[in-house]
Design a binder for this molecule. Structure first.
Ligand SMILES: Cc1cc2nc3c(=O)[nH]c(=O)nc-3n(C[C@H](O)[C@H](O)[C@H](O)COP(=O)(O)OP(=O)(O)OC[C@H]3O[C@@H](n4cnc5c(N)ncnc54)[C@H](O)[C@@H]3O)c2cc1C
Length: 452
C-alpha cells in the first residue's frame, strides 16, 4: 500500500467541499432503509458532482485498497448502500443533469436525479418513463439502475433494465466506459450494460444512463376487489395474470389494510381479508375481465371506476403500505417472487409461517408479477420475538425457492440476503458470479460484504 492517507489525497484532488468527514454530516450517509441492519462507520463521504469526481475517487480508493460503498438516495431495503467500517461512501446525490431528446424518445440522465424528477422532466414532452417503484418520489435513478428496480406498472411495462439503452460506468481503477448507446436495437458483442444494471454497486459506478421513453399512457380504469380470504385473492391474481397483462395488479391483506387505514382511511373494514387493485390503460373490457375473475374467485365486493383520481386513491394507499406497517414496530421486509401459478401456495405458506412463529406478517405485493413483500413484524425489544422473526424471514425465503421462485424480485440482495444468494444460484452460477466480480474488481473493494 502507498504511504499517506486516502482521505488527505481525496481532499487534495477533489473540489473543495466534496469530501465530508464531520461525524454529524457523515452520519446521514450511513444507513439505508433496511432498518434491521447495523451499518459500519465510513472514514469519509465523497459527494461527486461529475464523472471525473467519481473517477478520482475510485482511482484513489484502488491505490489505497480502501472499500467504496456507492450511494444514491439511501432508500434501499436490503442494506446495499449501508456503510461498512472504514469505507468511502460515494454519494451521487449532486449528479443531477438530464437532457431529453423527444425525437429519439430518450433521456440522458445522471444518477442523482430522483425517479419522480425524471418522470416530470420527460412528461413536459408528452413522454413517459415507466418504471415506478412505490418509492419513486424519494429514490434516485442511479439506485433504480443499480438494483434493477421494479414497481407497480412493471407487470405490463417491464422493469428498469427494459428501459436502458446505454450506460456510462466508472470502473474500479477509475477508467470510464460507455456501454450501449442511443439505438433501440444493438447486438454488438456481449450486452455488458445489463451486467451493471442490478449489480448493486459491486462492479462499478453508474455515472450516466440513456433511458428509453414511451408516449404517455391513456388514463387508467381501476378495479378494487375485496376478498374475505387472502388465498382467494391469490387465485384471482393467477387467473388474471395468466390471461392478460393489466397495467397494474397490486394486493394488500387485512393486516396491511388496517395499517394503512390508521394513517389514510379508505373505509375498508376489518372483515375484508384482502384488497386486490387492478388497473388498465386499454379500457373497460380489461377491467371487466378482472372484476369477473375476482367475483368467480370469491370476492365479496368489486368496485370499478374510470375516474383516475379515485383509482389513484387505492394505488396511493398501496404505495403507503410499507411506511404504514413500519409505524407499528420493527419489520423485516421480504421481497420474494414466485411463478404466477404458485401465488396462492406462497400466500398460504406465509400464513403457516406466521402462525408457527407467532409473528404477524402482513402481506402486500406486486401481485401481477408474483412479487410479494411479506412484512415480518416483531417487537425489537424482545429477543425471542426478534429470533422468531428472523426464522420466519428465512422460512419464507426457503418456501419461495421451493416453489421455483427467487429470494428477491426487486429490492436486491444487499447485506440482508447475501447469505441466501448461493442457495438460489447453485455452485456453478456462484462460481460464474465470483469470476465476473474478480475480473472487474480484483481487490474486492466495491461494496464488499454485500452479495458478491
Ligand atoms: C417505502 C418504500 C417503497 C419501496 N418500493 C419499491 C418498489 O416498489 N420497487 C422497488 O424496486 N424498490 C422499492 N423500494 C426500494 C428502493 O427504493 C429501491 O431499491 C431503489 O431503487 C433504491 O434507490 P436509491 O437511490 O435509494 O439507492 P440506494 O439505496 O442508495 O442504493 C441501492 C443500491 O444501489 C447501489 N447504487 C446506488 N447508486 C449507484 C450508482 N450510481 N452506481 C452503482 N451502484 C449504485 C448502492 O450501492 C446500493 O447497493 C422501496 C423503498 C421504500 C422505502
Amino acid at each position: 500500500m502507498p504511504q499517506g492517507d486516502v482521505v488527505a489525497s481525496l481532499e487534495a484532488e477533489l473540489p473543495q467541499g466534496a469530501v465530508l468527514t464531520d461525524p454529524d454530516l457523515v452520519e446521514r450517509y450511513r444507513h439505508d432503509r433496511a432498518l434491521t441492519i447495523t451499518p459500519g462507520q465510513p472514514r469519509a463521504v465523497v459527494r461527486a458532482t461529475c464523472t471525473a469526481d467519481v473517477q478520482t475517487t475510485l482511482r484513489l480508493a484502488s491505490r489505497f485498497g480502501v472499500p467504496v460503498v456507492t450511494r444514491g438516495a439511501g432508500t434501499g431495503l436490503s442494506g446495499g448502500s449501508a456503510a461498512i467500517d472504514g469505507c468511502i461512501t460515494l454519494s451521487t446525490e449532486r449528479m443531477r443533469s438530464i437532457t431529453v431528446d423527444p425525437a429519439a424518445m430518450v433521456a440522458t440522465v445522471q444518477p442523482g436525479l430522483l425517479n419522480a424528477e425524471v418522470k416530470a422532466a420527460v412528461a413536459r414532452y408528452g413522454l413517459w418513463y415507466p418504471p415506478d417503484p412505490s418509492s419513486f418520489e424519494i429514490c434516485s435513478i442511479g439506485g433504480n439502475l443499480a438494483t434493477n428496480a421494479g414497481g407497480l406498472c412493471c407487470v405490463k411495462y417491464g422493469v428498469t433494465t427494459d428501459y436502458v439503452l446505454g450506460l456510462e460506468v466508472v470502473l474500479v481503477d477509475g477508467r470510464a466506459v460507455r456501454l450501449g448507446g442511443r439505438t433501440v436495437k444493438d447486438v454488438a458483442g456481449y450486452d455488458l450494460k445489463r451486467l451493471f444494471v442490478g449489480s448493486e454497486g459491486t462492479l462499478g459506478v453508474i455515472t450516466e444512463a440513456t433511458l428509453r421513453l414511451r408516449p404517455r399512457p391513456a388514463a387508467m380504469c381501476t378495479m378494487a376487489a375485496m376478498f374475505p380470504d387472502v388465498v382467494d385473492a391469490g387465485r384471482a391474481v393467477t387467473k388474471i395474470a395468466s390471461s392478460m397483462r393489466p397495467a397494474g395488479l397490486e394486493m394488500m391483506d387485512s393486516a396491511a389494510i388496517a395499517a394503512v387505514e390508521r394513517v389514510k382511511p379508505m373505509g375498508i373494514g376489518p372483515d375484508v381479508g384482502a384488497l386486490l387493485i387492478g388497473q388498465s390503460d386499454v379500457g373497460a373490457d380489461e377491467v371487466s375481465f378482472m372484476a369477473e375473475a375476482c367475483e368467480k374467485a370469491g370476492a365479496s365486493e368489486v368496485h370499478v371506476t374510470d375516474d383516475p383520481d379515485e383509482g389513484e386513491l387505492f394505488m396511493g394507499a398501496r404505495r403507503m403500505a410499507i411506511p404504514c406497517v413500519e409505524r407499528l414496530g420493527a419489520v423485516l421486509i421480504e421481497d420474494v417472487g414466485v411463478p404466477i401459478p404458485e401465488i396462492p401456495a406462497l400466500i398460504a405458506e406465509v400464513g403457516v409461517v406466521a402462525q408457527r412463529r407467532s409473528t404477524a406478517i402482513p402481506v402486500i405485493g406486486h401481485a401481477g408479477d408474483g412479487n410479494f413483500h411479506p412484512l415480518v413484524t416483531y417487537d425489537a425489544g424482545d429477543p425471542t420475538a426478534t429470533e422468531r422473526a428472523a426464522i420466519a424471514f428465512d422460512e419464507i425465503i426457503r418456501a419461495a425457492l421451493a416453489l421455483g421462485g427467487t429470494i428477491t424480485g426487486e429490492h436486491g440482495v444487499g447485506m440482508l440476503k447475501a447469505s441466501h444468494l448461493g442457495a438460489q444460484l447453485g455452485p456453478v452460477a456462484t462460481e460464474l458470479t465470483q469470476a465476473i466480480k474478480y475480473a472487474l474488481d480484483p481487490q474486492g473493494i466495491l461494496n464488499p460484504g454485500k452479495w458478491a
